[in-house]
Design a protein around this ligand. Structure first.
Ligand code: PAF
Length: 288
């Protein structure tokens, strides 16, 4: 195996310092493990920018609510290591909870505005915990680049915000959503779906595609969203946390006819899985 795995911040820093001393560029892909092709596509994108790629694997307790799936979240480090090795990743950072949150840990982070809506409204405290761990990972690894999937588009926007606000010297790169052949966005949580739910799950990308298509051609968005909600509910999703169209940059809610780059977002529960997805809407008459 060419992949090295380290479990402590000291070992991570020692490795990165050696690379820096050799003048190499370093990229970090933070993950919670249970890796799939979506993660691997991020490591490939990382490789186009950097000489060395680090993938962190850490199921971060502080971004899960008390009734969420922290305990059940798949932990598959040996399989993840094989996948990373095959993908040519140099370093896996897999710390323990105690390494990341030693006794006495007392620091919190909160990002205003961008975190009040969408998953922030449905999962109070989620983005505070996410920002806390991503900040720690960035300061621990000090990479030149850090890559995050657009499937968690709101997360990507929140990360760009606090990296700018806190002057963290890293370039944040978003990677496109990776989809199964039938359109379902890849997610570690897809493994919670029964075979029947797995088929139903494709409803989300179908509804988003149809909304994207019609909204980009100038249809008013409210009736499209109403029809979309009905289709998602009658497929068996419950509850639907949101189906909304927002400005692609500042995430402000949009109304009427789309006149600038936007994004349609959905989150809904199917059995044990809470699924999220989103798609870009570019107005047909725009140069964007
Ligand atoms: O997107 C994820 O998997 C997580 O939110 C992240 C960025 C690895 C932080 O725990």
């Amino acid at each position: 195996m060419n992949l090295t795995t380290v479990h402590t911040v000291a070992d991570l820093r020692a490795r990165v310092s050696r690379w820096r001393a050799e003048g190499l560029k370093v990229a970090l892909v933070p993950t919670m493990g249970a890796l799939h092709e979506g993660h691997i596509s991020l490591t490939k994108l990382a490789r186009t920018q950097a000489d060395r790629v680090i993938v962190s694997v850490f199921v971060n307790p502080t971004q899960f609510g008390p009734t969420e799936d922290f305990a059940a979240y798949p932990r598959t480090l040996p399989a993840d290591q094989k996948i990373l090795d095959a993908a040519g990743v140099e370093l896996c950072f897999a710390p323990s909870v105690e390494e990341m949150y030693p006794s006495g840990f007392a620091t919190r982070l909160h990002i205003d505005n961008l975190t009040d809506m969408l998953c922030g409204a449905a999962r109070p405290g989620h983005f505070d915990g996410m920002a806390q761990i991503v900040t720690k990972l960035l300061l621990q690894a000090m990479p030149d680049y850090a890559l995050f999937g657009e499937k968690d588009y709101q997360q990507l926007m929140v990360i760009k915000r606090f990296v700018t606000d806190l002057n963290i010297p890293v370039s944040i790169i978003g990677g496109p959503i990776h989809r199964e052949a039938d359109g379902l966005a890849m997610s570690s949580r897809n493994r919670y779906l029964s075979p029947e739910e797995r088929e139903t799950a494709t409803t989300l990308s179908r509804v988003l595609s149809s909304i994207t298509d019609r909204a980009s051609r100038g249809d008013a968005i409210e009736p499209l969203l109403e029809t979309g909600r009905q289709q998602i509910a009658s497929a068996g999703f419950s509850p639907i946390d949101y189906l909304e169209i927002r400005d692609a940059e500042n995430l402000e809610l949009m109304h009427g006819v789309i006149d600038r780059p936007a994004r349609v977002f959905v989150a809904a529960r199917l059995g044990k899985a809470r699924l999220i997805d989103n798609m870009a809407i570019i107005p047909a008459n725009s140069d964007a």
